[in-house]
Unconditional design. Structure first.
Length: 132
C-alpha cells in the first residue's frame, strides 16, 4: 500500500493520511489484521512530523478502524465486507450532508453529483470483488 499526502493542500496532513487509510480499507487494499507502517517510519517516508502520523492514527483508532498497541503497532481491525456498527449511519450522514451541500452550493447538478457518487462506489465495489 502506498500512502501519499499533498503538503500544499488545504486539507490538513493528518486528515489526508486518515482519508487515504480509510480509502484503502474501503477498496479492500487493507483488511482486518493488516499492519500499518510504524509512526516514525511513515513520517520519515512522507517527510512529515511524527505527531502528524500519530494524530491520523489516533483518529482511525477512535473511529474503530485500527487498533494501536505497543508491541503490534497500528493494525487494521475493520474489514469493509463486515456490516457497520449502529452509530456509523448518523455520523456518516452528517458528513455526507456537508459534502453534498458543498457540491450543490458550487453549482453541481443533482445528476452530476449522483454520477460521481456512483462512480466512487463502483470503484470500491470493483476493488473488493477483485480481491475476493
Amino acid at each position: 500500500m502506498i500512502l501519499m499526502v499533498e503538503p500544499d493542500d488545504e486539507v490538513p496532513l493528518y486528515q489526508q493520511l486518515r482519508d487515504r487509510v480509510v480509502e484503502a480499507i474501503a477498496g479492500g487494499e487493507l483488511r482486518a489484521g493488516d499492519s500499518l507502517p510504524a509512526t516514525r517510519a511513515l513520517a520519515a517516508d512522507l517527510g512529515i512530523n511524527m505527531h502528524t502520523v500519530n494524530k491520523a492514527y489516533d483518529l482511525l483508532r477512535r473511529e474503530g478502524l485500527i487498533r494501536l498497541g505497543r508491541r503490534t503497532g497500528a493494525v487494521v481491525v475493520r474489514d469493509a465486507s463486515l456490516p457497520p456498527d449502529g452509530s456509523l449511519a448518523s455520523q456518516w450522514e452528517g458528513r455526507a450532508r456537508t459534502l453534498l451541500a458543498e457540491a450543490v452550493a458550487q453549482g453541481l447538478s443533482e445528476a452530476e453529483i449522483q454520477r460521481r457518487c456512483r462512480a466512487i462506489l463502483d470503484g470500491f465495489r470493483t476493488s473488493l470483488e477483485s480481491r475476493s
